[in-house]
Ligand binder design. Structure first.
Ligand code: C2E
Ligand code: CA
Ligand code: CA
Length: 796
């Protein structure tokens, strides 16, 4: 059973095997069929030679053995051989007539092998039939002929190794058998010789069949990759913005597809053979200035036969302007001769357009179309350079609309925008050809007056502008009145640098506004120094807020009974790049006057809430609110948003307000306070005891906490009235259910006194000044309980 199966397997393998000893690659059935067909074709291709060799050998044998004893055999044998050759020849003819079959089955191999076997039998016959009766010379001839047949036949059949093997074996076996049975040492040697030839031939056949298959496999691979490349190319042409081009050595287009025709806006016939560079020159004639350098670069590359990259060319296709980017490489023939260029073109119109619009955006104001700050700065620099080389003077006019905010607030942004466009037109109308006006944002404009020998010309221009801009506007069916204020700085008298000039014209503008708006003012060196300072500080503060350069520090509040930190107050810090730390008592009032308090307050609120949300302990966070923030009408939403964004519980937030909010618009303030309380936040009354201090305020709104101003605390030890007031406040507060916090506690005995007189919380340098967030985290970890061991952290 086992042996049977083994034999069957062996036979199967014998027929199915395509090669011997070749590094086997997995071929699929179809590919195996193809390989078989090629093997058979190679073999059949040799048929004429094979047939001729057969006939020739037969003739030689017939001639040399033609005598009475062999005649009959020779007739039969020669007939058998002719029959075999004829059958083979017929097969060969048919295969040539029927054209090459792409694939061949295992059966094809079997049929060929069987034919080889028949030939083998025919060639084995002379040896068997004639050897014993032949003389010595005939015997040598016979053996030589047989060995020649074995070798030649096996080689010729080598493409199908099964055929070669069967043929060689069929001839070889009787040769060896007959020689060995002759019983002579000489014949033994001959048998051994013939065997060794056969082995050698076997080895060659094996090599050849391997090489044959290798060749097939590699051509298969080549074909695969060829298919992949053409697939990729087609895909490339179909799906990308890019296209391929090819010109010959004389610079003429060699290929023109439908796609090329579409791209060039010309028919395929005109394209094929067209001189490429001339064609491009013609297509870009209308943009000659931009196309010139690109065309020259192309010509140069072509002349020198050098590769070119990303040459950007504007062309017109069906009247539309498009941008092409071209790159290419010279093509050399195998003998090294120049054969033209091959390359890729890409339509980059879209990218180019966005680039242009980005450029525009970087230099122009979107609303009015006027140059923006960047472009003006550029022009200003250029004008300064000219002037430094001895050019004449010029002037810078900073211009700001009066009451523009009011228009925006009451009539809406759209009307505001329309008004700004009209303003821009009016300004332009008053300027000389070389003057430039830029919009700096909002309702700020800056005019660069190109020539001004002295103050007379800018003065006249400023006068005209004030008048012209002050005249009523007709916008969207509305009659609108706004005025303009202008500040003038002269170059070089008021500055030799751009920033200096801008700053000084701005200061002059500020002066004009202070003096009552709707007027202009020239910069003067002796302009009120304090005003300058303020104005400069405002500019810097705006900048610091916009660039988030303000910081928030935190000062702990200590619970008197536990000695633990119960809350922290957020205090804003500004470290000016030149002037160093500036006190909030200086810049908060400035921020309130200029409206900057809104973004500033929002910033502190958000930072504080976020920070508090990150603490491991449930401490409250106190944030100061300015009275101006109450006026905006947006406070409640902004607080709610800050809490939500930080993920902070509302009852952990304490908002500190001063009595002043109750003085200005009491009802409105109370409404806002109630709404804030509705969010769940706590409200503290800050700085109690300063200014208007009246105990009546305490009953007007149920504050959660009263913070006693540090001026009282300071005097507690030596002023009896201060002590009396603190006692009274604490008593009142506790009856109303409010807590009291003493601010500015610096000494331990102050703390003792305050505790004894009913204060519930203390805050001051005795514990800590306001510190950055990360120091506070340290303090929260280390500083408790503070009462036994006050943690004084640099009471500067
Ligand atoms: P305030 O709300 O009364 O803040 C307490 C001030 O007293 C802080 O001054 C604090 O550093 C200081 N201070 C605390 N303990 C002591 C002490 O033991 N001794 C002394 N001498 N001073 C102490 P700061 O930070 O300079 O703030 C000044 C004022 O600026 C604040 O007074 C507050 O009205 C305002 N402010 C600070 N940050 C903000 C803010 O983010 N928004 C608003 N609207 N105002 C703020
Ligand atoms: Ca405060
Ligand atoms: Ca205070």
């Amino acid at each position: 059973m086992f042996m049977q199966r083994l034999a069957r397997d062996g036979i199967d393998r014998f027929w199915n095997s395509l090669t011997l000893g070749v590094a086997r690659r997995e071929l699929d059935e179809g590919q195996k069929g193809e390989l078989r067909a090629q093997q058979l074709r190679a073999l059949v291709g040799l048929s004429p030679v094979l047939m001729a060799a057969n006939i020739f050998n037969a003739v030689v044998i017939d001639a040399l053995f033609w005598n009475s004893s062999f005649r009959l055999f020779l007739v039969v044998w020669t007939s058998a051989l002719v029959l075999s050759v004829a059958t083979w020849g017929d097969r060969w003819r048919r295969s040539r007539m029927g054209g090459a079959r792409r694939r061949a089955s295992v059966r094809g191999v079997r049929v060929i092998t069987f034919s080889a076997f028949l030939f083998g039998v025919v060639w084995a016959m002379p040896m068997l039939a004639m050897f014993s009766d032949a003389d010595a010379a005939q015997r040598v001839l016979l053996v030589g002929c047989e060995i020649g047949m074995i070798c030649g036949g096996a080689l010729a059949l080598g493409a199908v190794w099964q055929a070669a093997f069967v043929f060689a074996l069929t001839v070889q076996a009787p040769v060896v058998f007959v020689l060995c049975s002759a019983g002579d040492r000489l014949y033994f040697g001959l048998a051994a010789l013939s065997l060794s030839f056969s082995l050698l031939i076997g080895r060659v056949v094996r090599e050849r069949s391997g090489a044959f298959a290798e060749h097939f496999v590699s051509s298969l691979r080549l074909r695969d990759s060829g298919q992949v490349i053409s697939l990729l190319l087609r895909e490339f042409e179909e799906n990308s913005n890019d296209w391929l081009f090819e010109v010959d050595a004389s610079g003429r287009l060699t290929r023109a597809s439908e796609r090329h025709a579409r791209l060039f806006g010309r028919s395929r016939e005109t394209l094929r053979g067209a001189a490429a560079i001339e064609l491009l020159a013609e297509m870009s004639r209308e943009d000659a200035a931009a196309a010139g350098p690109a065309l020259r670069a192309l010509k140069r590359a072509f002349r020198r036969r050098l590769p070119f990259r990303e040459i950007l060319l504007p062309v017109r296709v069906n009247g539309e302007r498009r941008w092409w980017s071209l790159r290419g490489n010279p093509v050399l023939r195998e003998d090294g001769a120049f054969a033209g260029f091959r390359g890729v073109g890409a339509d980059v119109t879209q990218a180019k357009r966005s680039e242009e619009s980005i450029d525009r955006m970087a230099s122009y104001d979107g609303l009015t179309g006027l140059p923006n700050r960047n472009l003006l700065a550029e022009r200003l620099e250029r004008r300064l350079e000219q002037q430094a080389k001895g050019g004449d003077g010029f002037a810078l006019l900073s211009l700001d609309l009066d009451r523009f905010k009011h228009v925006n607030d009451t009539l809406g942004h759209q009307t505001g925008d329309a008004l700004l466009i009209e303003v821009a037109n009016r300004i332009r109308g008053e300027l000389g050809a070389e003057d430039v006006v830029a919009r700096f944002g909002g309702d700020e404009f800056v005019v660069l007056q190109a020539h001004a020998a002295d103050a007379a010309e800018p003065r006249a221009l400023a006068q005209r502008l004030v008048q012209r801009l002050g005249a009523p506007y007709e916008v969207a069916g509305q009659r609108i009145l706004v005025g303009a204020s202008i500040g003038v700085a002269l170059a070089p008298a008021d500055g030799k640098r751009a920033d200096e000039l801008l700053r000084n014209s701005d200061l002059a503008l500020y002066r004009a506004k202070m003096d009552g708006k709707g007027r202009f003012s020239l910069f003067a060196a002796e302009m009120d120094a304090a005003m300058q300072q303020r104005r400069l500080m405002e500019i810097d503060l705006r900048d610091a807020i916009e660039n988030q350069r303000l910081e928030v520090h935190f000062q702990p509040l200590i619970d008197m009974t536990t000695g633990q930190i119960s809350a922290c107050e957020a205090l804003v810090r500004w470290n000016h790049p030149v002037r160093g730390a500036i006190s909030p008592s200086q810049f908060i009032p400035l921020a309130e006057e200029t409206g900057l308090i809104a973004p500033l307050g929002e910033f502190v609120l958000r930072v504080a809430c976020r920070e508090a949300a990150s603490w491991k302990r449930d401490l409250r966070i106190a944030v100061n609110l300015s009275v101006v923030q109450f006026r905006s009408g947006l406070l409640v939403e902004s607080v709610a948003a800050a809490l939500a964004d930080a993920g902070l519980r509302a009852d952990r937030l304490e908002l500190e307000v001063t009595e002043s909010i109750l003085i200005e618009d009491r009802d409105e303030a109370l409404k806002t306070l109630t709404a804030l309380r509705g969010l769940g936040v706590r409200i503290s009354l800050d700085d109690f005891g300063t200014g208007y201090s009246s105990l009546s305020y305490l009953s007007s709104f149920p504050f959660d906490k009263i913070k006693i101003d540090q001026s009282f605390v300071r005097d507690v030890a030596n002023r009896s009235d201060a002590a009396a007031i603190i006692k009274a406040i604490s008593a009142l507060a506790s009856t109303l259910g409010m807590s009291t916090t003493a601010e500015g506690v610096e000494e331990a005995d102050e703390l003792e006194w305050l505790r004894a007189n009913g204060c519930s919380e203390a805050q001051g340098f005795l514990f800590s000044k306001a510190v950055p967030a990360r120091d506070l985290k340290l303090l929260l970890g280390l500083g408790d309980p503070v009462e036994t061991k006050p943690a004084r952290i640099d009471a500067a």
